[in-house]
Design a binder for this molecule. Structure first.
Ligand code: NAD
Length: 356
């Protein structure tokens, strides 16, 4: 069980240190090796994804990733910017399935902009296809229109496309994830308008034959956006394409109101994965010891669940996080009156203590 530890920039090293501490107390035969990535990779090796880092990530069974990005690198040409590291890892490791849980612990219900009764206890999983769709489809560009009302005018264009095998593999990930939860899957599409998503729907229905114990429902993306805000707890697992997933997963994340709490996983076909918090490198608070490490600790729990098939150990970490929140400890981002404000390290230590 080899893990590549890539702390990155900003608060990355601070939050990763807490997750590593938590993994170590579980007493599992984990082999961890650390490498530079993002701005830190560029500063040391002249590239945000140094060759040695990519090699380590390829060799490892899982990657635990902090965050990348810092204002001091904003003037670099695009291919050398820290954020390219994460795109390079996704592409090189074939991480096509992005799993983003949106969980709102009842203790944090006040952090959401929605009424507590709508969101308290929310626990949904959004599965976004990550390497296809209109974001990667070709051709794309700017050209002179050769037909239609605006013939002769310049036009921007992109191509939405999904291959059958691409849809099948994300569908399998989604049905299997639903099987580990409440056995309900909602496939979000725009089959009423887009050929690509009528095809998506047809393939989902076909793959469903292999999972007769799962209930499959289809929803148009506009309705899904509405239902996510109106009654988010009605969902359990949502699967959708790259673009719809990009938008819906951010909306779902914000239902919880606390970006420092949300983990994520990006998986390949063999459940090798890259695990990272949903937030960025927060350069505004880096080095102050106040960042919330819980999203990263919960990402480590996802790693145990999805890559190493250790659900009980994952449950243990998640239960420890719940207990810490119930005990009233809060980092600055989730602090409210009547709770105890703690720093990054104290929060990590509290999770470790609850595990012992
Ligand atoms: P951000 O998520 O880093 O920060 C947004 C706000 O949330 C900031 O006020 C920050 O202080 C706060 N915040 C984020 N994580 C927190 C935590 N764990 N605890 C407490 N507060 C937290 O987004 P941004 O400011 O737009 O971007 C900063 C840098 O991060 C940029 O360079 C961006 O490109 C990069 N970024 C990287 C990733 C990634 O590594 N996957 C993702 C998003 C953004």
């Amino acid at each position: 069980m080899k893990i590549a530890i890539l702390p990155g920039d900003g608060i990355g090293p601070e939050i990763i240190a807490q997750a590593v501490k938590v993994l170590k107390v579980l007493d599992l035969p984990l082999e961890m090796e650390t490498a530079l990535v993002g701005g830190a990779g560029y500063a040391a090796h002249g590239h945000p994804l140094p060759e040695s880092t990519l090699k380590l990530a390829k060799q490892a069974d899982a990657v635990l990733f902090g965050a990348v990005g810092d204002w001091q690198y904003d003037s670099l040409e695009r291919s050398l910017r820290p954020e390219q590291a994460i795109l390079g890892l996704r592409k090189n490791l074939n991480l096509f399935a992005n799993l983003r849980p949106a969980i709102l612990y009842p203790e944090l219900a006040g952090a959401s902009t929605l009424k507590p009764e709508i969101v308290s206890g929310l626990d949904i999983l959004i599965i976004r296809e990550l390497t296809g769709d209109i974001y990667f489809g070709k051709p794309r560009g700017v050209r002179v229109a050769t037909d239609g009302e605006f013939v002769g005018d310049r036009e921007g264009f992109d191509t939405m496309r999904y291959a059958e095998s691409e849809i099948r593999r994300i569908a399998h990930v989604a049905f299997q994830a639903a099987g580990k939860r409440s056995k309900r899957l909602t496939s979000v599409d725009k089959a009423n308008v887009l050929e690509t998503f009528q095809f998506w729907k047809d393939i989902l229905i076909d793959v469903h034959n292999e999972y007769p114990d799962i209930t499959l429902e289809h929803m148009y993306v506009d309705n899904a956006a509405m239902q996510l805000i109106r009654a988010p707890k009605k969902f359990d697992v949502i699967v959708t394409g790259n673009m719809f997933g990009d938008i819906l997963s951010d909306a779902a994340a914000m239902l919880t109101g606390s970006i420092g709490m949300l983990p994520s996983a990006s998986l390949d076909a063999k459940n090798k994965g890259l695990y990272e918090p949903s937030h960025g490198s927060a350069p505004d608070i880096a080095g102050k010891g106040i960042a919330n490490p819980l999203a990263t600790i919960l990402s480590a729990a996802m790693m145990l669940r999805y890559t190493f098939s250790l659900p009980q150990e994952a449950d243990r970490i998640e239960a420890a996080v719940k207990k810490v929140l119930a005990s009233g400890l809060r980092t600055a981002d989730i602090h409210v009156e009547g709770t105890t404000r703690v720093g990054t390290e104290e929060m990590g230590n509290a999770v470790v203590q609850m595990l012992n």
